[in-house]
Design a protein around this ligand. Sequence first.
Ligand code: NAI
Length: 463
Amino acid sequence: MANDYVVKDISLADYGRKELDIAETEMPGLMACRTEFGESKPLKGARIVGSLHMTIQTAVLIETLVELGADVRWASCNIFSTQDHAAAAIAAGGTPVFAVKGQTLEEHWDYLDKSFMFAEGANMILDDGGDATLYVLLGARVEAGETDLIEVPTSEEEEAIFAQIKKRMAETPGFFTKTRDAIVGVSEETTTGVHRLYDLHKKGQLPFPAINVNDSVTKSKFDNKYGCKESLVDGIRRATDTMMAGKVAVVCGYGDVGKGSAASLAGAGARVKVTEVDPICALQAAMDGFEVVTLEDAVKTADVFVTTTGNKDVIRIEHMREMKDMAIVGNIGHFDNEIQVAALKNHKWTNIKDQVDMIEMPSGSRIILLSQGRLLNLGNATGHPSFVMSASFTNQVLAQIELWTKGDEYQPGVYILPKHLDEKVARLHLDRIGVKLSKLSDEQAGYIGVSADGPFKPEHYRY
Ligand code: NAI
């Protein structure tokens, strides 16, 4: 067979491998999975389609899944997030991967399609944002001739996915229905993908069980928060080299990603304002010391704007027209529709470098737009550091094992990993940073009504 991969430059594999070796030293959870499950190979027979940012950290995840017995094919879930040396290392290691930093939208769906091309068909999905799940389910509905189709995020996006579905239907009739019926389960990485899954389930359109990895405590309260705390300012700096200290930054949304993002900017010395729609999160932001404002109130005076909401049309054209000259605008939420980028199409764009554009408003003032509104920490920098991704991806591995080995015990629906596994993921990350746990005595455990070995909290505890 010809090369079963699409990467930018396979000669980057050595560089990728060296960075992978370093990442492994920072990913104790994944390495512990290899030790615990490497011999028993619980993922034997699993043919996993991965749709998740093709970074160095993801490469360590992929190699862990393979070591546990899985066959894996991989695409990135974002056109700008691939690290080409990571993709090259994975391809050189023999795992098919289809991902290039800066790929087009058409290539995005073509590469995802290619990642489904197992000789015997895919039977598992590991998703980030829900594109792989959407592709199969939407395709099956198109095959069934249904017209009230699942909503997809943007019209450009919609066009590209439907074109790819039609192509596949012409080449392989019945492909989507057959694939849908073969999928044992999906594990989903992020808030936005999880929203899509609950929505599908509510509409009776989710035909297989899904594990919501995002809402493991050791995922959303760490990756979304501490991950963004490190990677947001990293992205802005690599894109613009602007002085952060003293600047006024507006963070739209104060959920987990917003909390990390505000902390990131504040840590760099920026004066941070927050916008929120939820009174609880607004109150949290205020009590964390941030001024809570409306975007309209802050738009003329701020220097940096970051959306973190997972919502659409948060920074709109009328906002961007009012911003001061050279304001920096970026998004760290999953999809680019948080910022009305489409409305800027008719303006004058000057490309500064990859993933950095200067756009001139009719008034003559300019904004700097990062990653064309796609998530800037992965588009302009390299995403979260390995250590925090180890916690996220250990949850992914446990979710894949659970679905593959016990999938038939689950009805279609969206599930969260049990708390004892969440605590296990945290426990696996303590040694690496020298954390020493205290131990409950049996009397103390009885007094607070838990087992001395955990779980240490009731289900409703919010951390
Ligand atoms: P979340 O639900 O915890 O927080 C979102 C917050 O935005 C909520 O508090 C909500 O009230 C607020 N919000 C919604 N609409 C708003 C509006 N119009 N104006 C102001 N605030 C508004 O979600 P989370 O976990 O923080 O995720 C946010 C997004 O980031 C999702 O798309 C998620 O998939 C993505 N994500 C990105 C990561 C990255 O590395 N770039 C990492 C993890 C998640």
